[in-house]
Design a protein around this ligand. Structure first.
Ligand SMILES: [Zn+2]
Length: 305
């Protein structure tokens, strides 16, 4: 019912009102500029101040073995050819969905072979395109319990540090919930779900092995660990405590896990390039967030934030 109401609201043009950015920065709010020729409610553009940068066109790129990038210059979307169907990771913004499918086709694959789409977090910049991608491919979206709640609603959870930004995105209806540590087996590929809470409580990272002959690399698609919030939110408040605890848990996991290649949901959070195969990439990714969170907590305590 919630999903139907959300889509009904979407069809009624609710998304044409001012939409704040609910992504990774406290960038300025801009007005939505729904393309006049777009009558598809699931790909109707969500305008955010960084949307053009996030969705900078990029050719598909092979990472290793049968793993590829099919997203954008500033927003990661991965494709895995498991040998028993295709798996996509993340869906970017709604208006990005057609370009993702075009990149899948450029690699010689049929988008209708995408069986599952793994989601890192319920925010419009990574999940806005999931509804369109699921509809156009027939795929089932896979997320954590808290992630799936947000995807079904197409809006922020009540405890989300970015809740006050408001806004919504197309809701996902066909979902499968996975637990922390659960292994999804598709053909020759085993993909492990790793809960990495903090940025949202439902954030999930995904890890798998990509092989070329006998040579294999462990690839980690890491959910955002950016400790950002809407204005006025305090991570040092009682409501913020589970998030700080979540970040700590996520740092420990990122520090310890095998990680030959890091794909960061926002590539600029992992240094130069669309992915990183530098030694210690996952530990560096955690360290970057650890420093940002420490500064944020110190600023809150000092009354600066
Ligand atoms: Zn986010």
């Amino acid at each position: 019912m919630i999903a139907m109401m959300t889509i009904a609201a979407w069809l009624a043009g609710v998304n044409n009102m001012l939409l704040p950015i609910v992504g990774e920065t406290n960038a300025e709010v801009v007005a939505s500029e729904a393309a006049p020729d777009s009558d598809d409610p699931l790909t109707r553009p969500i305008a955010a101040s960084r949307a053009a940068e996030w969705l900078a066109p990029a050719d598909p790129e092979k990472i290793f073995g049968t793993s590829y990038l099919v997203g954008f210059g500033g927003m990661s979307v991965a494709l895995i050819d498991t040998g028993a169907g295709l798996v996509l990771v993340d869906g970017a913004l709604p208006q990005g969905a057609p370009a993702i499918l075009a990149n899948v086709r450029k690699l010689g694959f049929d988008p209708r072979d995408i069986k599952f789409i793994l989601s890192t977090e319920p925010h419009f910049d990574h999940a806005g395109g999931l509804a369109a991608l699921a509809r156009d491919t027939g795929a089932t979206v896979v997320a954590s319990r808290r992630g799936a709640e947000g995807l079904r609603a197409g809006r922020h959870a009540a405890d989300d540090p970015q809740l006050a930004y408001g806004g919504s995105w197309p809701a996902v209806t066909r979902l499968r919930v996975v637990r922390d540590g659960e292994v999804l087996r598709f053909g020759k590929t085993a993909i492990t779900a790793i809960a990495t809470p903090g940025h949202t409580m439902g954030s999930m990272s995904w890890r798998w092995q990509a092989c070329e002959g006998e040579a294999c690399k462990t690839i980690v698609f890491a959910a955002s660990l950016n400790p950002v919030s809407a204005e006025g939110y305090r991570f040092t408040s009682k409501a913020g405590a589970p998030f700080v605890k979540g970040f700590d848990e996520s740092y420990r996991k990122m520090d310890a896990m095998p990680c030959d290649v890091l794909i960061s949901a926002h590539p600029d959070n992992a240094g130069p390039g669309r992915y990183s195969d530098r030694p210690g990439a996952c530990r560096a990714y955690a360290e970057r967030s650890r420093k940002l969170l420490a500064k944020r907590l110190a600023d809150e305590k000092a009354g600066v934030k």
